[in-house]
Write a protein that binds this ligand. Sequence first.
Ligand SMILES: NC(=O)c1ccc[n+]([C@@H]2O[C@H](COP(=O)([O-])OP(=O)(O)OC[C@H]3O[C@@H](n4cnc5c(N)ncnc54)[C@H](OP(=O)(O)O)[C@@H]3O)[C@@H](O)[C@H]2O)c1
Length: 298
Amino acid sequence: MKEKHMVTGAFGYSGSYIAKELLSKGYEVLTLTNSSKENDRIKKFPLSFNNKDMLIESLKGVDVLYNTYWVRFNHKNFTYADAVKNTKILFDAAKKANVKKIVHVSITNPSEDSELEYFKGKAELEKELKQSGMEYSIVRPAVFFGGSDILINNIAWSLRYLPVSGYFGKGEYKIRPVHIKDFAMIVVNEGNGHSSRTVNAVGPESYTYKELLKMISKTIGTKKMFMSIPPIIGYITGYFIGLYKRDVFITWDEIKGLMQGLLYTNSEATGSTKLSVWVDNKKENLGRHYESELAKRN
Ligand SMILES: NC(=O)c1ccc[n+]([C@@H]2O[C@H](COP(=O)([O-])OP(=O)(O)OC[C@H]3O[C@@H](n4cnc5c(N)ncnc54)[C@H](OP(=O)(O)O)[C@@H]3O)[C@@H](O)[C@H]2O)c1
């Protein structure tokens, strides 16, 4: 039995669900974070990539490190290249601190050959972890739903408040969402056993993007015309929504990743919650408020 569990970003999105799942099992939970939030039950240490000795010290005695750290896009204050470099520092610090296992959160379909920095960087980190000699589990979700997630919530928001609804190109590319609580259970299960391996975190339903828009629209009761839009028009529209909301609504890489079907895998479901059932349960409030990535970081 592994007892002392360190989660990066236990006050962030997925990290908070992982921490809750660990606490419910009676484990000691610590976190590496730069968040100002507090929780009496979770001891907090700085996520200080500039001070590796401090990271090593924070990780001493830890049995399992759950790594959720990543950035969603390149920005003046953070980049994918920083996230790759910093994650390597974290892996090395964990090794030097004799952490017994790393459970690392990746993404479906990472590839070193990808033109997309997100998927390329994730592949580079998977390789680094596999070569580190440490025991590991790599967990690959496609897209989360069930909490304050960006994609599903902001699709619902745009269906409620934008005059028209569009899908990029033909809208036939698929996505495979997983409920955030199912994801946390999968991750914690990986922390508690199994020799080194890679697992997908995917729910029981998959949708083409067009089907997803229609399902959400019908369930939340918005009567919309759907139309195909050229991806570049979708990107420019998203850019202006981002300016209006002081956020980054969608990036060009995210549109490409979506259209390349990278948020889909046909592997066996590892989560059980259906997106359609969850949307139905949340239909009164889903998408009433815009979820801002940048607001979370201020
Ligand atoms: N969201 C999805 O739908 C989705 C889909 C597939 C894969 N994933 C993967 O799941 C993992 C967790 O995603 P999440 O949505 O739960 O992330 P999150 O809570 O927003 O962030 C997770 C961690 O990354 C740190 N972080 C995030 N953005 C940062 C920035 N700009 N600068 C510095 N630190 C930053 C946070 O630090 P603090 O604790 O200091 O805030 C936290 O430790 C990521 O590896 C992501 O690639 C997510």
